[in-house]
Design a protein around this ligand. Structure first.
Ligand SMILES: [Zn+2]
Length: 119
């Protein structure tokens, strides 16, 4: 078990009180009515799967119930910082690209995924 610092409560609490809610700093399309179905689907459903340092949205679900961001290394589980919504991170996510294999029925192809892109 490890402890996470809640920037709203200003204290470390047990990890079981928190839930991860996906990547932080997702840019909502400026004009959703003008998006194609593919663009809107990408925004709603598709996420990077970064390896390394990136920013995540978390909620202190069994505490103050407020949302905040964490800069975390997905390889080591190290939490580099936590910060409130609306604040900018002091640490930057790594911009990295890896190739992931596709399902077997999509033989011999791979997908390039941009990692850790904080926006
Ligand atoms: Zn809290």
């Amino acid at each position: 078990m490890f402890h996470i610092y809640c920037p709203w409560c200003q204290e470390h609490r047990e990890e079981e009180e928190f839930h991860a809610k996906g990547p932080a700093h997702l840019a909502r399309p400026k004009n959703p009515e003008n998006c194609s179905d593919e663009e809107w689907g990408d925004y709603l459903f598709f996420r990077d799967n970064p390896r390394g340092v990136h920013h995540e949205l978390w909620v202190h679900a069994v505490g103050c119930r407020k949302f905040f961001n964490i800069t975390r290394n997905t390889v080591t589980y190290e939490i580099l910082e936590t910060y409130k919504i609306g604040e900018q991170p002091a640490k930057r996510a790594q911009a990295d690209v890896v190739s992931l294999p596709l399902r077997q029925d999509a033989a011999n192809e791979s997908v390039k995924i941009k990692l850790g892109g904080a926006s």
